[in-house]
Design a protein around this ligand. Structure first.
Ligand code: BGP
Length: 474
């Protein structure tokens, strides 16, 4: 068995990792633009912003990225050739509101995405739009401290109102915040947050998270009002925690670690702060400032579907001597001795995807959408730019099989699958091009050299066949 009729097949990108054109057509600077290559890409910033002077001598990977801003027609044509029925992309907030707090949107920015969405529809590709993929206009970071300020909800509301009205009929699938739980792990790159030396960082992060959760509920309310066809999803950096052993203390540790992530989706999907979170925050001395209508708003405007990224499962141990860790999507987790890993040390666990899907399905009973999954690898093109990426095919095929089992054997309701970085793009974690995910090779190196020519890898035709057979032939 394959997947249900109308299953959405495609790929995913984020504005800042593909577009370039960082100051084209009125675009303003964003937090995701100002971290240069060669430094910690997910810095915890205390004190001032002085390290992030955009005009320094450093190389900023997002400045040009893969120049999709100018080449989107060519790229969408290639997606269409693979048979995509959906394409996940994000709108750069600072193209629409360059400062973030101005009264009128930037028409050139709005027109750009309108043209892009129309281009998708030319081929029957349904856009799946991430409203914010980690990005926040720098002006909002500097003037308001980004999401630590309640005023952000109003700026985000306006942004959403403008795009929902403008793209009515062109976009119906929306995600409010990419990997919303990343605010805890990458506060600056994920949400524009930085701290004073003396601050309780947990306090700042959870208050900012509350503002994002309210903003997400507000967006859901407006989206449904503007067009009842709109479907809104939350987006979690998912990956089930396993207990390192069957020792009850390890099992409890894994439960707690999972809850740290589920907290966000519990609020967005069930519409209330879970009791375990309220207790934990109380224990940690974190007090969330709320307005009277906040809880009602959360309750009334829950998401329609649950989207998530999955790169690996994770492991928790109660024993501090078990300290060999593995990197995975910004998280560091205890290393799983049973799993292989990628060149970047991300552990590979296809069955973990099935387990994660089942957990999310049991917990929320709403349709799921896998919006990121893939293998970051070093590709070696031949003289014609052709890459024989059997390792990528193997990784994706194993994950798609596990996904199929979750659907056919466990009864999970899955709307679609968009593989991450369907065209090579700038890595969020390293800022480099060397870590590639795509079916399409882009000639560009870590220093920004290269012709930007696109060429199909071996996986291009493999994925085309997967889509054509609706997942029958993996
Ligand atoms: C997720 C982000 C993406 C993407 C992906 C892969 O956390 O949503 O933007 O980059 O991870 O990570 P990396 O680029 O570090 O390999």
């Amino acid at each position: 068995m394959g997947f249900k009729k109308g299953f959405l097949w495609g790929g995913a990108t984020a504005a800042n990792q593909v577009e370039g054109g960082y100051n084209t057509a009125g675009r303003g600077l964003a937090n995701v633009d100002v971290v240069p290559i060669g430094v910690d890409r997910f810095p915890i910033i205390t004190g001032q912003m002085k390290h992030f002077n955009f005009d320094s001598q450093h190389f900023y990977p997002a400045k040009e990225a893969i120049d999709m801003y100018h080449r989107y027609k060519e790229d969408i044509a290639l997606f269409a050739e693979m048979g995509f029925t959906t394409y996940r992309l994000s709108i750069a907030w600072s193209r629409i509101f360059p400062m973030g707090d101005e009264k009128e949107p930037n028409e050139e920015g709005l027109q750009y995405y309108e043209d892009l969405f129309k281009e998708c529809h030319k081929y029957g590709i349904e856009p799946l739009v991430t409203i914010t993929h980690f990005d926040c206009p720098m002006h909002l970071v500097e003037k308001y401290g980004a999401w630590r300020s309640r005023e952000m909800i109003g700026f985000y509301e306006k942004f959403c109102d403008v795009i929902f009205r403008r793209y009515k009929g062109l976009v119906k699938y929306w995600l409010t915040f990419n990997e919303i739980n990343m605010i805890l792990h990458a506060p600056f790159m994920g949400a524009g947050l930085f701290f004073e030396e003396w601050e309780n960082q947990e306090q700042v992060k959870y208050q900012a998270a509350h503002h994002e959760l309210i903003a997400s509920a507000v967006a859901t309310r407006i989206a449904h009002k503007v067009d009842p066809e709109n479907q809104i999803g939350c987006m979690l950096a998912a990956g089930q925690y396993y207990a390192y052993t069957c020792k009850p203390e390890d099992v409890f540790k894994a439960l707690e670690a999972d809850r740290e992530n589920y907290f966000f989706i519990d609020v967005q999907s069930r519409g209330e702060y879970p009791a375990y979170a309220l207790k934990k925050l109380e224990r940690e001395g974190v007090t969330i400032q709320m307005e009277d209508s906040d809880l009602e708003l959360l309750k009334e405007h829950t998401v329609d579907f649950i989207s998530f990224s999955y790169y690996s499962s994770r492991v928790a141990s109660s024993d501090s001597k078990i300290n060999e860790t593995t990197a995975e999507n910004i998280f560091a987790s205890v290393k799983n001795p049973y799993l292989e890993e990628s060149e970047w040390g991300w552990q590979i666990d296809p069955l973990g995807l099935r387990i994660t899907m089942n957990s999310l399905n049991d917990r929320y009973q709403k349709p799921l959408f896998i919006v990121e999954n893939g293998l970051g690898a070093i590709d070696e093109p031949d003289e014609n730019g052709y890459v024989v990426d059997d390792y990528r095919i193997e990784y994706l095929s194993a994950h798609l099989k596990a996904m199929k089992d979750a659907v056919n054997l466990d009864g999970v309701d899955l709307m679609g699958y968009t593989s991450w970085g369907c065209i090579d793009l700038v890595s969020a974690g390293t800022g480099e091009m060397t870590k590639r995910y795509g079916f399409i090779y882009v000639d560009r190196d870590d220093q920004g050299n290269g012709t930007l020519t696109r060429s199909k890898k071996k996986s291009f035709n493999w994925y085309k066949k997967v889509i054509k057979t609706n997942g029958e032939d993996l």
